[in-house]
Design a protein around this ligand. Structure first.
Ligand SMILES: Cc1cc2nc3c(=O)[nH]c(=O)nc-3n(C[C@H](O)[C@H](O)[C@H](O)COP(=O)(O)OP(=O)(O)OC[C@H]3O[C@@H](n4cnc5c(N)ncnc54)[C@H](O)[C@@H]3O)c2cc1C
Length: 392
């Protein structure tokens, strides 16, 4: 594999670097740096989304007529890696990466014209209402009912683990519109205005002390039938398509590399405080292993990123990326806590407002446990990968 960039690709990389120099403020970098949970808060992700939108670089995976960039896979890789290494915030993915592609593929022209521009401008902040108390890995067992009544559906039931529902004004959700036949054939995909009467959002505190996830309760909530994407009872197709983007349409290696750099910076900071981790040979060896794994992961991503172009479905590739990236994320976070050693106790309050990295390592580790659960648990990804090999 030739890893050299062509002169045009080098020029593109310089253009990205210049954009980052001009637009990525210290405040935005700090907001991302202090984020130990999945996504930064809207005050960090929002302004960055606006900057990318103004530049026309927000949605590389969308068709150009709707704001896509028309980039090659290599350009996309360069862009994502440069953003990650510069410390740019993650854009909240629920609109641009999850519901956007579903509306593009399954939505009517009217729905595209109504929702896509609002996703791009950031006017709508989305959350995902898929999981329920009895429906996670076995998503098809979801029970939240939507009963047709005139031009509306009436919704009753609840969703759980809904990331950033407390910030969102819109939810895309799977609801049960039929209890007949196969479970998958009684599900519809609905867009719900979170300000509709009858919706209650209750926070769930995580072990790291963050408020990221919520329970959402629906009592006699009226949602226009016009807000359904695709046909009634055909929501499972939308869900499967969306999950491919949720699992692995991102490019992760740059983000993992910047997380690893954080561990390196922590080692340097500890040395200043008189703790020289470099004398602990088992940790140095572990660091070497993680670096080698990350190089391998980057090669894997470079090889398969051709499957991540606009108009293509990532397919089972997304499960491979999700599985490897989440395990790498956990390995790096574990290394961070090992580096702290007994010092971890001193730093685990998470209350520190200084720019020190050390208080972030324990919350980062605790939150990293979720990476092999959300978006489909690791065991579920393994089953998808095994099936795709066995059926080939
Ligand atoms: C931080 C976080 C954020 C989330 N955000 C959202 C969100 O915004 N919206 C949303 O809808 N959901 C969200 N989720 C929910 C997430 O998608 C589910 O937690 C996930 O699908 C697992 O479902 P579950 O929690 O019900 O666990 P279960 O499905 O009960 O699984 C429990 C354990 O059993 C194992 N298991 C289950 N089935 C199998 C199988 N077939 N083969 C082998 N092992 C199996 C799993 O691997 C897991 O270890 C989030 C979860 C987390 C942790």
């Amino acid at each position: 594999m030739n890893l050299d960039l062509s002169p045009e690709e080098q020029a593109f990389r310089d253009e990205v670097r210049a954009f980052l120099r001009d637009n990525l403020t210290d405040d935005l970098k700090r907001g991302q740096r202090r984020t130990t949970s999945m996504y930064p808060e809207p005050e960090t992700s929002g302004p960055w989304q606006q900057a990318l939108y103004r530049q026309g670089w927000l949605v590389p995976l969308w068709p150009q007529e709707w704001g896509g960039t028309g980039w090659s896979a290599v350009q996309r890789f360069i862009f994502e890696s440069e953003c990650a290494l510069a410390g740019a915030p993650l854009v909240h993915p629920m609109g641009v990466r999850l519901v956007g592609p579903v509306i593009l593929r399954f939505g009517s022209e009217e729905q595209k014209r109504r929702y896509l521009p609002r996703i791009l401008s950031g006017e709508d902040y989305w959350c995902q209402g898929f999981s329920e108390p009895g429906a996670g890995s076995d998503l098809a067992s979801l029970k939240m009912r939507a009963i047709a009544d005139g031009d509306d559906y009436i919704l009753n039931g609840s969703k759980i683990w809904t990331t950033h529902a407390h910030h969102a004004n819109m939810m895309f959700a799977l609801v049960r519109t039929s209890t007949e036949g196969k479970r998958q054939e009684g599900i519809s995909f609905l867009l719900i205005d979170m300000n509709t009467p009858g919706i209650e959002v209750r926070p769930i505190a995580t072990i790291a002390g963050d408020h990221d996830v919520n329970e959402v309760f629906f009592t006699d909530v009226r949602v226009p039938r016009a807000n359904r994407i695709g046909a009634e009872n055909a929501g499972w197709e939308c869900a499967k398509y969306l999950l491919e983007f949720e699992r692995g349409a991102g490019i992760f290696s740059g983000r993992l590399r910047s997380q690893l750099k954080r561990v390196g910076d922590a080692i340097a900071q500890l040395k200043v405080e008189g703790v020289d981790v470099r004398e602990q040979t088992h940790l140095v060896a572990r660091l070497g292993e993680v670096c080698a794994d990350l190089d391998c992961f980057e090669m894997l991503e470079l090889r398969i990123m051709g499957a991540l172009l606009p108009g293509q479905s990532p397919g089972a590739v997304s499960s491979v990326l999700k599985l490897r990236a989440s395990r790498m994320k956990q390995a790096i976070a574990e290394l961070g806590v090992e580096v702290l050693g007994p010092e971890a106790l001193r730093w685990c309050s998470g209350e520190d407002e200084s720019d020190s990295l050390l208080p972030l390592l324990v919350p980062d580790y605790l939150n990293s446990r979720a990476y092999t659960i959300f978006g489909g648990a690791a065991e579920v990804q393994l089953t998808i990968i095994a099936k795709s090999v066995l059926e080939a």
